[in-house]
Ligand binder design. Structure first.
Ligand SMILES: Cc1cc2nc3c(=O)[nH]c(=O)nc-3n(C[C@H](O)[C@@H](O)[C@H](O)COP(=O)(O)OP(=O)(O)OC[C@H]3O[C@@H](n4cnc5c(N)ncnc54)[C@H](O)[C@@H]3O)c2cc1C
Length: 510
C-alpha cells in the first residue's frame, strides 16, 4: 500500500465512486477543464452495473468477451474509461483504485477525504479537493424472514456480483423473490450460466404499471428492456409469479427448501396459500438503499425518496445543501444506470459552476453548453419519472412483516431477534436510533447496512403512515477500516514524501 498526501494544490474536484455516475462526473469535469481525482475502492472501474472481474480472480483470467453477454452498454463504458486514461496520460486526472474513502471533513473551503486501501496500487492518506462529487451508489435491501440466515440465502445483488465479478454461479436450483425489475436480469443471467431458476416471486402486480403509462412512454428504452427479458424468461422457462413472496427458508446446515405464499391485492398474505419448493439457493431483493454515509458525515441534507428510503437532496444541478458537495447516481435516489450517467454529467458541470461561476454557454453544442445541459437535464427528469413509477409499482408489501416470527433474527451481527425490537417499539420508542441503542440492532460488523432497512420499516409501521422517516444511522466511518491501517496512518505525516508514487508529483505540479 502506498501513502498518499494530497498535492500542494488541491484538486478541483474529487469524485468518489467509479460506477456510471462517478465515471460520467469525472470525465465531464475533465472535459470542462477541471483537475480531477477519481477514487474507487474496487480493483476496476465500472461500479455495480459494469462490474468487472478482479485482475487476479479466476474470472479475470477468462477472456473479457466471455462475460460480455452479462452487460449492457459496454461501448459507453469503454468510451468513459478511455477518457479517464487520456486524462491520466495528460496529467489532469488521477485514478486511485483499490482505495476507499472512509471518512471526510470540510475545512477552509476544501473537502478532505481520508482514504485507505489494501493490495497493490492502493493508496492511503488524505485527498484534498475544492469540490467533491459523491457517487457511492447503493446496496441492495434484504428484509428478514425465518431462515434467512441459512447459507444459500443471498441478496440478488450478491448473486449478480458473483456472476459478473467472478463468473461464479452461486447455486443450481435457485428461487428468487422480492420486488422490482432487477429480479429479471439476475434470473436470466443465472439461467444463461446453467442454473435452473425455479421461479421468480414478485410481490407486486404488473397491472399496476397501467397507472404509469406516461412515465413508460418517456422511456421507450426501458420498455424494450422489459420485453427482451420477458422473451428470455420464456426461453429458459422461468415463471414469474406476481403477488407472491418467499416467507421461509429451511435446511439443516444450508438451504434445502423455501416456502412461498400468495399475497392479496392489498399486499397481505393469503392464509394457507403456500407452496414448498426444494432449492439450494435463494435470492432476495427488495430494491436498493442509497449509500449516503459520506454525504451525511459532510452535513448534507437528506429526505425520503419516492420509495421512502433516505436520499441526499439536491437541486436540479445535483448540488447538495453543502456548497462543496455534489452527489450523483443512486446516492441521490435509486433509478438505474441511465439516470446515474445523466446525474453524473450534470454534477461534473455543476462542479465547474461552483469554481468558476456559471458556465459561458459556448460553443453551442459543446460539453457544458446550455443546450447540452438542458438535453441531459431532460433525460435525467424522464429517468427520474420512470424511477418514481417503478417505486410506486414495487412497494414493500405489508406482508413482509407478517412473515416474521418472534425468534427471526433481525440483526444477524448482534443476533437481535424481531421480538426484542418489537418489544422496545411497543414501549413507545419512536425512532430507529433509540431502537439501536436499546437492542444493539445495527451495532455489529455491518453497522446496520443489512438490518437498518427492516428496523426503519418496523418503526415506521408502528408510527403510522403520516410519520416522518426515521433519521439515518450515522456512520462516521463510511467504510470499514482496520485498526492496523489506522495505526499505520497515525505514523504518517501529510508532508511525508509520497514513497513510490511518481504520478503524485506530476499531478502536484500541474
Ligand atoms: C450489488 C448490486 C448489483 C447490481 N447489479 C446491477 C446489474 O447487474 N444491472 C443493473 O442494471 N443494475 C444493477 N445494480 C443497480 C446499480 O447500482 C445501478 O443502477 C448503477 O450501477 C448505479 O450507478 P452508480 O454509479 O450510482 O453506483 P454504482 O454502480 O454502485 O457505483 C458506485 C461505486 O462507488 C464505489 N464506492 C462506494 N463507496 C465508496 C467509498 N467510500 N470509497 C470509494 N469507492 C466507493 C463502489 O465500489 C462502486 O464502484 C446493482 C446494484 C447493487 C447494489
Amino acid at each position: 500500500m502506498t501513502a498518499v498526501a494530497g498535492p500542494a494544490t488541491p484538486y478541483d474536484v474529487a469524485v468518489v465512486g467509479g460506477g456510471p455516475a462517478g465515471l460520467a462526473a469525472a470525465t465531464t469535469a475533465l472535459a470542462v477543464g477541471l483537475r480531477v481525482v477519481l477514487v474507487e475502492r474496487a480493483t476496476a472501474l465500472g461500479g455495480q452495473y459494469w462490474r468487472q472481474p478482479a485482475p487476479s480472480s479466476g474470472a479475470g483470467r477468462l477472456r473479457f468477451g466471455e462475460l460480455h453477454d452479462l452487460h449492457h452498454g459496454l461501448d459507453t463504458f469503454t468510451r468513459l474509461c478511455n477518457r479517464v486514461l487520456e486524462g491520466e496520460r495528460a496529467g489532469r486526472l488521477r485514478l486511485l483504485l483499490r482505495t476507499q474513502v472512509w471518512t471526510a471533513v470540510r475545512t477552509e473551503g476544501l473537502v478532505v477525504l481520508s482514504t485507505a486501501g489494501t493490495g497493490a496500487g492502493a493508496s492511503a492518506g488524505e485527498v484534498r479537493a475544492r469540490r467533491v462529487v459523491i457517487a457511492t451508489g447503493a446496496h441492495d435491501v434484504a428484509l428478514p424472514f425465518p431462515g434467512w440466515e441459512l447459507p444459500g440465502v443471498m441478496t440478488i445483488g450478491g448473486l449478480q456480483a458473483l456472476l459478473k465479478g467472478s463468473g461464479v454461479v452461486a447455486g443450481q436450483r435457485v428461487v428468487l423473490g422480492g420486488s422490482g425489475p432487477f429480479l429479471l436480469p439476475v434470473a436470466v443471467g443465472l439461467a444463461r450460466r446453467g442454473a435452473t431458476v425455479l421461479g421468480v416471486h414478485e410481490a407486486a402486480s404488473p397491472q399496476r404499471w397501467a397507472r404509469h403509462l406516461p412515465a413508460v412512454g418517456r422511456n421507450p428504452g426501458r420498455l424494450a428492456e422489459g420485453v427482451a427479458y420477458a422473451a428470455e424468461l420464456a426461453r429458459y422457462r422461468i415463471r414469474v409469479h406476481p403477488r407472491s413472496m418467499i416467507v421461509q427458508a429451511e435446511g439443516a446446515d444450508e438451504v434445502e427448501a423455501v416456502t412461498v405464499q400468495r399475497l392479496d391485492a392489498r399486499g397481505h398474505l393469503v392464509p394457507h396459500a403456500t407452496r414448498r419448493i426444494s432449492a439450494d439457493t435463494v435470492g432476495i431483493g427488495w430494491g436498493f438503499a442509497p449509500v449516503i454515509d459520506l454525504a451525511v458525515t459532510l452535513g448534507c441534507a437528506v429526505a425520503a425518496g419516492p420509495d421512502g428510503r433516505l436520499v441526499v437532496t439536491t437541486d436540479a444541478r445535483q448540488q447538495t445543501s453543502v456548497p462543496e458537495v455534489l452527489v450523483a447516481g443512486e446516492t441521490s435516489g435509486v433509478g438505474g444506470a441511465a439516470l446515474a450517467l445523466a446525474e453524473g454529467e450534470l454534477a461534473g458541470y455543476a462542479a465547474r459552476d461552483g469554481l468558476a461561476g456559471p458556465l459561458t454557454p459556448t460553443p453551442a453544442a459543446g460539453p457544458g453548453s446550455l443546450r447540452r445541459r438542458s438535453t441531459v437535464g431532460r433525460r435525467r427528469d424522464a429517468q427520474r419519472a420512470f424511477a418514481s413509477a417503478l417505486h410506486a409499482v414495487h412497494p414493500v408489501p405489508a406482508a413482509w412483516s407478517q412473515a416474521l416470527t418472534g425468534p427471526t433474527l433481525l440483526c444477524r451481527c448482534e443476533e437481535v431477534p424481531v421480538s426484542a425490537v418489537r418489544a422496545v417499539i411497543a414501549r413507545g420508542v419512536d425512532g430507529a436510533r433509540p431502537v439501536r441503542q436499546l437492542t444493539r440492532v445495527g451495532m455489529g460488523w455491518c453497522q446496520g447496512r443489512t438490518c437498518e432497512a427492516a428496523c426503519a420499516l418496523l418503526v415506521a409501521e408502528a408510527a403510522g403512515p403520516s410519520a416522518a422517516p426515521p433519521p439515518p444511522f450515522e456512520r462516521l466511518v463510511a467504510q470499514p477500516v482496520s485498526l492496523g491501517l489506522l495505526a499505520a496512518l497515525d505514523d504518517r505525516h501529510d508532508d511525508d514524501p509520497p514513497a513510490d508514487e511518481p504520478f503524485l508529483d506530476d499531478v502536484g505540479r500541474v
